[in-house]
Design a binder for this molecule. Structure first.
Ligand code: ZN
Length: 173
């Protein structure tokens, strides 16, 4: 069994380094903290290419796959916001691991899709991962679209040509 006190964090990715793992007093959620290690001298303005200076530190989080069953897990990032010395525009570092259009990690999205594949309900997935209902529903919609597209291309490959459309039942009330 995992013992919280024995965990040593040695993890870095895309300019970020994990600093420590925390757990809430009620043990309902755990958080892995990351800090940006990017050097300002290595960053250039994405708009004009000139040098920048660090404007401020910002923080944000992503929901992730739980380490312990039923304990919601988050990644918390402290990143840099820069300002261009030439054009004055500001921009922030990209957050690693993010699944586009959500506040969850790529691997959390993959895990949710895997649960859906095994026909686990949205409510159960929510209870297992602690991830918001709307996010899981979004994953479900994406998953269904992917499956429909797969099926469509399978049918096209097999030369399927339907000639009749049958409607089975019709409910008034
Ligand atoms: Zn600029």
């Amino acid at each position: 069994m995992l013992c919280f006190d024995d965990i040593k964090v040695e993890y870095s990715c895309q300019g970020y380094k994990a600093t420590h793992l925390g757990i809430s007093p009620d043990e309902r959620s755990s958080v892995l903290f990351f800090e940006s290690e990017v050097k300002t001298k290595d960053v250039h303005c994405p708009f004009c290419g000139h040098d920048v200076y660090m404007h401020e530190i910002y923080d944000t989080h992503l929901n992730d796959v739980p380490i312990w069953a039923g304990v919601m897990h988050r990644l918390h990032f402290f990143g840099h916001r820069y300002k261009c010395k030439q054009c004055g525009k500001t921009f922030t570092e990209e957050i690693p691991f993010v699944y586009p259009g959500t506040r969850i990690t790529e691997r959390a999205a993959n895990q949710i899709k895997s649960f859906l594949k095994h026909k686990i309900s949205v409510r159960s997935i929510q209870e297992i991962t602690g991830i918001h209902w709307d996010t899981i529903r979004k994953m479900q919609t994406e998953y269904m679209k992917e499956k429909i597209a797969e099926r469509k291309s399978e049918l096209e490959m097999s030369g399927y040509q339907p000639r009749f459309l049958a409607v089975d039942e019709f409910a008034i009330h």
